[in-house]
Design a protein around this ligand. Structure first.
Ligand code: B12
Length: 442
């Protein structure tokens, strides 16, 4: 057998007959390579940039050799995204999503042929579902795209490209070498703050001041994705007879779930993207006649008769009742169900319903004991939520609970009455404040 240091490859490297590994690549060369691979626009960011602080640990875990990131943009066809017909818009999302993945993969292959190591995390799915309901995606693509000069986030929290508007999907390639010239954020935000995204959203998830109600969007738009699907499975499992299932799920909904499983999950809305007029190449109809633009693009989405999925007694439920009485409201089960106390503390922000907290002003101290000991302070005031790890200041009510008992309460596996009687939850302060807290997280 050939000895390791006499192996032909080792000898070739020693004799320098194999190409030397590059330490950096020119930005111009890399840009042409990416555009040739099918990207509509790209930008480059060094891993050490401060904008990457929140993502760096995850990036290094995925690909320890990462030196730089390529932010990729692919275009969607605006009129397809804007169609009130969900099959047309969803087809556009799926096709462009696949395109982003194909482009990223082609870039990685082209770099590999030059001896440059690279990795292409998927643009959305598949995700690391063992982390569900935590952060399942590899890298948050929006902050990267902003750092790479691909645009800025608008009021609706999607990145708006200065030319293509928000009709883009994002991707990333991690590479093992430096790029000669980095990209920088663009100097203006293409968002016009016209608030048409606010007006179009069927669940009121986008507030005019830029707040985003995650649970409202997730409950409706993602009905046929991970959480909605989990809730649907429980309806199937909890039905003792077909009639009982049919009382809760219409035949059209069952068929729709099948369609999502067979052809890729379908979004229920994405009207925020449809309504957005921004971007050099798409803005003309809006500038020429704002009223006609609203009538053509926004009104059909607002007027569409459709089922809207909401959490019972949530902000979304009262919003739809008031704003869109012609849309059918359907209450569904929880979409944010923590599996750990850490998850509860992290997810609280996403489940909070500002409207339900109207009039409440209180500070809560939570102490969790047992398997997962933890402490946190929660302040609710002026319809805003502040969650801090640890105990801070004085409180209006103190809740001490076993971590196991509290999780069973959140997962609706045990009632608060039972947990209080069995001393798994103890409260020091006005019990009405705990009830008010519960109403903020329906
Ligand atoms: C989780 C997720 C969701 C969640 C949460 C969305 C969200 N706002 O974070 C849900 C399920 C609700 C969702 C919905 C949608 N999503 Co999504 N989603 C993702 C995913 C996987 C991660 C997003 C993420 O980073 N979240 C982190 C949270 C904490 O971000 P955030 O709350 O917006 O936090 C930001 C703000 O604080 C912001 N910020 C800082 N300063 C300021 C200032 C102002 C004024 C504002 C407004 C914000 C802001 O910076 C933070 C970092 O992003 C990405 C794919 C990926 N790997 O990145 C796609 C992605 C963000 N989604 C995308 C799309 C298209 C959608 C939908 C349109 C889907 C659809 N077809 O219906 C809707 C749009 C809903 C909306 N208006 O946001 C695209 C966005 C493309 C673009 N042009 O930006 C992405 C990038 C997928 C892709 N590969 O292209 N999505």
């Amino acid at each position: 057998m050939t000895k390791f240091n006499e192996h032909p490859t080792v000898v070739a490297i020693r004799d320098k007959s194999l190409p030397v590994v590059q330490e950096s690549i020119s930005a111009t060369e890399l840009r042409s390579l990416c555009i040739e691979a099918g990207a509509a626009d790209v930008g480059f960011v060094n891993l050490e940039r401060p904008e990457m602080d929140a993502e760096r640990d995850d990036i290094v875990r995925i690909f320890p050799g990462t030196e730089s990131l390529i932010s990729i943009v692919c275009r969607m066809n605006p009129d397809s995204v804007r169609s009130p017909a969900r099959n047309i818009a969803n087809h556009e999302f799926h096709e462009t999503g696949d395109e982003v993945n194909d482009v990223a993969r082609r870039i990685v292959s082209a770099l590999a042929m030059r001896g440059i190591r690279a990795v292409n995390p998927p643009m959305a799915f598949p995700m690391e579902m063992d982390r569900f309901p935590g952060k399942m995606w590899s890298i948050s693509l929006k902050p990267l795209a902003v750092a790479a000069g691909m645009g800025h986030m608008g009021l609706h929290r999607n990145v708006i490209h200065p030319k293509f508007g928000n009709f883009i999907l994002l991707g990333v390639v991690l590479i093992s070498i430096k790029v000669s010239e980095e990209s920088q954020p663009i100097h203006f935000n293409p968002c016009l703050t016209c608030k048409l995204c606010v007006a179009a959203c069927p669940v009121g998830a986008i507030s005019p001041d830029g707040d985003f109600n995650f649970s409202s969007c997730y409950t409706h738009n993602y009905r046929e994705f991970m959480s909605g699907f989990t809730d649907w499975v429980e309806t199937v499992a909890g039905s003792s007879r077909p009639e009982q299932y049919r009382n809760q799920v219409t035949d059209a909904e069952s068929a729709s779930m099948w369609q999502s499983l067979a052809y890729g999950p379908n979004y229920k809305a994405a009207y925020c993207l449809s309504a957005c007029p921004a971007g050099e190449e798409v803005i003309r109809p809006f500038l020429e006649n704002r009223a006609a633009f609203t009538a053509d693009i926004v009104k059909p989405l607002q007027q569409k008769e459709e089922t809207i999925y909401v959490q019972p007694r949530s902000d979304a439920e009262s919003y739809v009742q008031k704003r869109f009485p012609h849309k059918r409201i359907k209450r569904v089960g929880a979409v944010l169900r923590p599996v750990s106390i850490r998850g509860f503390i992290k997810l609280m922000q996403h489940g909070f319903q500002p409207g339900c907290s109207k009039g409440l002003s209180a500070r809560y101290h939570f102490r969790f004991t047992g398997e997962e000991a933890a402490e946190c302070t929660v302040t609710i005031q002026d319809q805003k939520l502040l969650v801090q790890e640890g105990i801070h200041g004085s409180c209006d009510i103190r809740v001490t609970a076993t971590s196991r008992g509290w999780l069973r309460l959140l997962r609706k596996e045990a009632s608060i009455g039972w947990l209080l009687i069995t001393l798994q939850v103890r409260i020091f302060g006005n019990p009405a404040l705990l009830a008010a807290f519960g109403r903020c997280f329906p």
